[in-house]
Design a protein around this ligand. Structure first.
Ligand code: NAD
Length: 263
């Protein structure tokens, strides 16, 4: 299937590693030009160089903290200037800390809103008017399987990412008339550095091997294994593509069947 992504301009936020990097690679393999950002320069620039070398596409990389509206605005403006427009925007950020409600401070709540909700809003405010003008666009938010099935001790993710789901559904309704499609993709347990570190931390606390923690997670998943970042990225690339032209307002789980509900 030709995804029709050749020469599309794609912004992928928080893309120096993990799911963001995998999405960037998948889009580059389809011929899209990339604008990547993350906070740390060295990993980001190494990722940009790796993708350039492997695919030959143009890659712009800029250090951005996605919590800051001004930095997001400058990054989107630079992308527009250098590439002539923005066709696709995939929002992403780090995850909030794992805590129970009782452990969570007011400052934690505010920080999670800035990191996971406001970051998505900053990108939406910048790119949607550009997409609206050109009457073509794909806006995709990376959320979490926690928006469909809350996860114990992840009250911040369960709550704030659900606000992102509400935002995405509302934007889908508002921008459909402009041929701008807005969706979210919800990763389940996917083997990135972050998940590997989380399993090591839990293993140290319980005095077991990290592999035992990962096996415990895998046992809750009908496919009986953790996901690969590339498997998640394929779903995002499809939603970003010409071929997904009748899909908007969807919240797609890529979780190996982990979510037990029907929807
Ligand atoms: P990761 O830690 O491997 O990568 C996170 C990326 O975000 C890195 O590139 C980092 O530099 C960047 N980043 C973090 N904070 C930033 C900021 N303020 N500004 C700019 N860049 C920033 O994480 P991941 O596993 O790829 O997960 C990505 C997102 O998906 C996270 O929000 C995570 O909580 C969520 N998620 C992941 C999984 C999973 O199993 N991996 C499951 C559900 C949800």
């Amino acid at each position: 299937m030709n995804l029709g992504l050749q020469d599309k301009v794609a912004i992928v936020a928080a893309s120096s590693k993990g799911l963001g990097k995998a999405v960037a690679k998948a889009l580059a393999m389809e011929g899209a030009k990339l604008a990547l950002c993350a906070r740390g320069e060295s990993t980001l620039f190494a990722t940009a160089e790796e993708i350039r070398a492997n695919t030959g596409v143009r890659v712009l990389a800029q250090t951005v903290d996605v919590r800051h509206a001004e930095q997001v605005s400058q990054f989107v403006e630079r992308t527009r200037r250098e590439f002539g427009g923005v066709d696709i925007c995939v929002t992403n950020a780090g995850g909030p800390p794992a805590k129970t409600f009782a452990e969570t401070t007011l400052e934690d709540w505010r920080a999670a809103v800035e990191l996971n909700l406001m970051s998505c809003i900053h990108f939406a405010r910048e790119v949607l008017p550009l997409m609206q003008k050109q009457r073509w666009g794909r806006f995709i938010a990376i959320t979490s399987a926690s928006v469909k099935q809350p996860i114990d001790r992840l009250i911040l993710s369960n709550s704030i990412r659900s606000a992102v789901s509400g935002l995405i559904k509302s934007l889908a309704n508002e921008y459909a008339q402009d041929n701008v499609l807005v969706n979210s993709v919800c990763p389940g347990y996917t083997l990135t550095d972050r998940l590997a570190q989380l399993s090591e931390k839990m293993a140290a606390a319980e005095g077991v091997e990290a592999s035992a923690i990962q096996t415990r997670w895998a046992d809750q998943i009908p496919l009986h294994r953790l996901g690969l970042p590339e498997e998640f990225a394929s779903a995002v690339a499809f939603l970003a593509s010409e071929r997904a032209s009748y899909i908007t307002g969807a919240s797609l789980a890529v979780d190996g069947g982990w979510i037990k509900g029907i929807y």
